[in-house]
Design a protein around this ligand. Structure first.
Ligand SMILES: [Zn+2]
Length: 156
């Protein structure tokens, strides 16, 4: 399910946001993707400090072993699948039910579908690398990205 088979080093890199252009319908982000130049540990995880060559900002990343990465991918997949199952269940509940239950079911449908989708997207960048600091909300234009040319999940 991952875009690349798990190798000795992470295949995913970290992107530095070069520019954002707002089009009429889509916002286009241009990323400069740097590799994560470390080897996966034998077991558990290791923390590494990287410096973005573009802006000099320090990023702390946590690199997981192959076993741990596989477990994390499985975790995202299962949670995503259960949220989707919940959404489907709520959709089915909406058909015969009374007014009050129908509102609850439609809420469940929306939440289930939203979570399933975002977890599925999160699974797409799960390569055993997590940014520890700055946190997700304070990344300052950096995020985990696959290098350009990496096959998508559907191409494999
Ligand atoms: Zn940078």
């Amino acid at each position: 399910m991952s875009r690349l088979p798990l190798g000795p080093s992470p295949g995913i890199g970290y992107g530095h946001l070069l520019s954002t252009s707002h089009g009429a319908f889509v916002t286009k982000h241009e990323w400069l993707v740097q590799p994560v130049p470390v080897e996966r540990p034998e077991r558990g995880w290791e923390q590494h400090r990287l410096q973005c060559p573009e802006c000099g900002r320090t990023l702390n990343v946590r690199v997981s072993s192959v076993v741990r990465t596989r477990r994390r991918q499985r975790g995202w997949r299962w949670t995503s699948a259960s949220c989707l199952a919940l959404a489907v269940l709520c959709a089915l509940l909406m058909i015969p039910s009374a007014e009050g239950l129908r509102i609850g079911a439609s809420l469940g449908l929306v939440f289930g579908a939203t979570f399933a989708f975002s977890l599925y997207m999160r699974l797409g960048v799960e390569d055993g690398v997590t940014m520890r600091w700055p946190t997700w909300t304070r990344l300052h234009g950096h995020m985990l990205r696959w290098p350009p040319g990496t096959p998508t999940r559907w191409q494999r």
